[in-house]
Design a protein around this ligand. Sequence first.
Ligand SMILES: Nc1ncnc2c1ncn2[C@@H]1O[C@H](COP(=O)(O)OP(=O)(O)OP(=O)(O)O)[C@@H](O)[C@H]1O
Length: 286
Amino acid sequence: MNPLAVNAPYPAPAPPAAPPSPLAGGAGGAALAVRQLAVHLDGRPILNDLSFHVNPGEFLGILGPNGAGKTTLFRALLGLVKPQAGSIVLPRPAEAGQTAVGYVPQSRQIDPELPMHAWDFVCLGLPHAIRPWLNRADKRAVQEALELTGAARLARQSVGRLSGGERQRIYLAQALVRNPRLLLLDEPTSNLDPGAQEDMAAVIDRVRRERSAAVLLISHDVNLVNRYADRILYLTPRRHAVGTVDEVMRTEVLQRLYGGKVDVLRADGKLLVTITGEPAAGICRH
Ligand SMILES: Nc1ncnc2c1ncn2[C@@H]1O[C@H](COP(=O)(O)OP(=O)(O)OP(=O)(O)O)[C@@H](O)[C@H]1O
């Protein structure tokens, strides 16, 4: 089977289908299996006929323009929006205390005056987060998550006073504290300078290697994704493609996704996407 899958244009909203069975069936060894997923919001198709899988320890980058449905996909995986059709098979926790999914949301604002140490903020990822009830295993899990994300030195600092890059690590540690098998990261490198972006991507790469967690990472930086992702899912408002960066980031593939006008250029090993000769700011921030 051709590993590059480009779907058909999204059709008009279909009548409501039989409700999906989110945990039905088996993922066949995959950490996540999405089959023919359709999500409509306010009667408008946002995702349609979306199928892909992610293996344990695999890093899937999710690219696409603003409004393509990347966050909506995460919300569907988290059970926060109800699909119109299709199925989502999540991994089963392998051990007590483990969770299927860890999530770092796109919005990571914290009140600068929040009277909470970074350690306590990470504890919020535990099912029983109040300090007097933490047992030894909980404390070890928090410490390990802080160490894995390179944030142990931040444990006693006020979380609201951390820099953007430090805060990102603390959010990631919170998502990791229950050792999820699947990690959903919504633009974890946004608003970071290039050095901090590289550090964060390296931390995420380490997490998936050391914990064999499958990683789904939404980003607008195709070159960062190119360095770390095994495959990418490229979403546009009407179509999507799944494959390696080399398979998907090609002029002919993006022209099919966007309906023409797009060029993919390569220079010094970097990718640049342009639309009708202009840098593609209007389409995507590559
Ligand atoms: N609760 C909602 N009700 C109706 N429409 C919504 C809702 N949430 C999002 N949308 C719409 O769904 C579309 C996809 O939004 P989504 O946030 O998934 O895009 P995205 O690819 O993550 O974009 P960005 O790159 O800007 O974060 C957008 O047109 C958005 O306006």
